[in-house]
Design a protein around this ligand. Structure first.
Ligand code: FES
Length: 212
């Protein structure tokens, strides 16, 4: 077992557990917008930043990715962390002002508006990559990926090709926390709409349910 402290309290954890997993297990709140136990951690949203101290040195780490170590001292709340979370949620609010998930998290963190301007107010995608991870890790496909860089980064067919690996299972739509991906069945067809593209399949040829 590994001994560590979180917010000054002693805890034990198993080797390989992340700080977030240990905190969740003990009911310690760390905000997150890109984790789901169905897929591996990716570190996209940066809301889960905490401060760690080892051998007298402090640094900020993403708690969803950082594995516990013997003697680690973790702070989940202080002014530095609060400022970072505030900036991150303001950036997310500017990116996705209409996302209910982002709005709810902002409210939880006491943030009501963003200092940053929104370039695409209708955008719902936070780039959490839950959809691309479920597609590759659970479904075993690579139908969608994060493409491009900077403010142009988006979920799209890999390399913007017009052919796709998609089997229309709908896992990406099920896991999407913001409603940015839509799946509709009608007239014998299933249509999946990602932020910048769409595919349609004959319903008789698609899996009956998304994998759990
Ligand atoms: Fe760690 Fe999103 S939960 S980066």
């Amino acid at each position: 077992m590994i001994n560590l402290t979180i917010d000054g309290k002693k805890y034990q954890a198993e080797e390989g557990q992340t700080i977030l997993e240990v905190a969740n297990r003990h009911g310690i709140f760390i905000p997150t917008l890109c984790v789901d136990e169905a897929v591996s951690a990716y570190g996209a949203c940066r809301l889960c930043m905490v401060e760690i101290e080892r051998k007298g040195r402090k640094k900020l780490v993403a708690s969803c990715l950082y594995e516990v170590e013997e003697g680690l001292a973790v702070s989940t709340q202080n002014e530095r962390i609060a400022n970072i979370r505030k900036t991150v949620i303001e950036l997310l609010l500017a990116r996705c002002p209409q996302s209910e998930g982002v709005q709810a998290m902002a409210k939880k963190l006491g943030v009501t508006c963003s200092r940053f301007e929104s370039e695409k107010p209708e955008n719902l995608c936070t780039l959490c990559a839950l959809c691309t991870r479920v597609c590759s890790e659970v479904v075993g496909k690579s139908a969608i990926s994060l493409v491009s860089r900077g403010t142009s980064r988006e979920v799209a067919l890999p390399y913007y090709e017009d052919k796709t690996d998609c089997i229309a299972c709908g896992s990406c739509a099920y896991i999407c926390p913001t409603g940015a991906i839509k799946m509709e069945d009608g007239n014998g067809m299933r249509t999946i709409t990602w932020p910048n593209c769409q595919v349609s399949f004959n319903l008789s040829a698609v899996p009956s349910a998304a994998p759990n």
